[in-house]
Design a protein. Structure first.
Length: 238
């Protein structure tokens, strides 16, 4: 009996050290982030006041058109803030998962986590004008300078799409998988494709295209990590 208790205690201790006892809620936070990001991008895509040929460049007309698109604006705000609060949870969980299996001097866990934190910063900033615009457009529009509405419409159409940080995370996860088998091999190759495309798109002049791909990688990674078992820790000096 004592021997079984001792072995159980050792197992718990090893689980804590390697991260195998940490649960998977953090991974589901990643999946939730991916869904929220996809909703946010589509909501932003439906706010066209600043880009419609009939209104573009005319602050007064943009304000009038924007006032008819406050529904997507509200959806955008909720989705962006959901992603903002879930991303750090996923980032820390991913760091712990990779840290428990990669060599101690590997930079990959930190790079993967910091890429997600960078994206969380973009989603937070992307929602910065949402509520002010929402209440002004649904209230007395005479209190809202048309120039602010014009800037806000462009802000909403650009900043929430800056998901390049997830591309950096995806490439780090790909390296952790293909070089060290720290996560399933299929997720490594998915990260090569989705993470690589997100990173290249974000660096290129077509940077907003990253908003289409980045949330998909986070969704796939979150689900994949939720259902996968942690890899065996790397031996010291490996």
């Amino acid at each position: 009996m004592r021997k079984g208790t001792a072995m159980s205690a050792v197992g718990v201790a090893q689980g804590r050290r390697t991260g195998t006892g940490g649960g998977v809620l953090w991974a589901w936070a990643g999946a939730g982030t991916g869904l929220a990001g996809m909703v946010a991008v589509q909501a932003s895509n439906n706010i066209t006041a600043a880009y419609d040929e009939k209104t573009a460049g005319d602050a007064a007309r943009v304000t009038e058109a924007f006032a008819q698109q406050t529904g997507p604006l509200l959806v955008l705000h909720v989705a962006l803030m959901t992603a903002t609060v879930l991303l750090p949870v996923f980032a820390v969980g991913l760091w712990r998962r990779l840290r428990s299996t990669l060599p101690q001097d590997s930079l990959l866990p930190a790079v993967a986590a910091l890429g997600l934190v960078l994206t969380a910063t973009a989603t937070l900033l992307g929602s910065g004008l949402d509520t002010e615009l929402y209440f002004a457009l649904n209230g007395e529009k005479s209190m809202l300078a048309p120039e602010l509405a014009l800037i806000g419409a462009h802000w909403i159409g650009t900043i929430p799409w800056l998901w390049v940080g997830t591309g950096l995370s995806g490439v780090a996860v790909a390296a952790a998988s293909l070089r060290h088998r720290a996560v399933p091999l299929w997720l490594g190759w998915a990260s090569v494709v989705l993470g690589g495309l997100t990173l290249v798109a974000g660096i290129s002049p077509l940077q907003y295209t990253a908003g289409f791909i980045g949330p998909v990688w986070v969704l796939v990674a979150g689900i994949g990590l939720a259902f996968s078992r942690p890899a065996v820790p790397a031996a010291p000096g490996r």
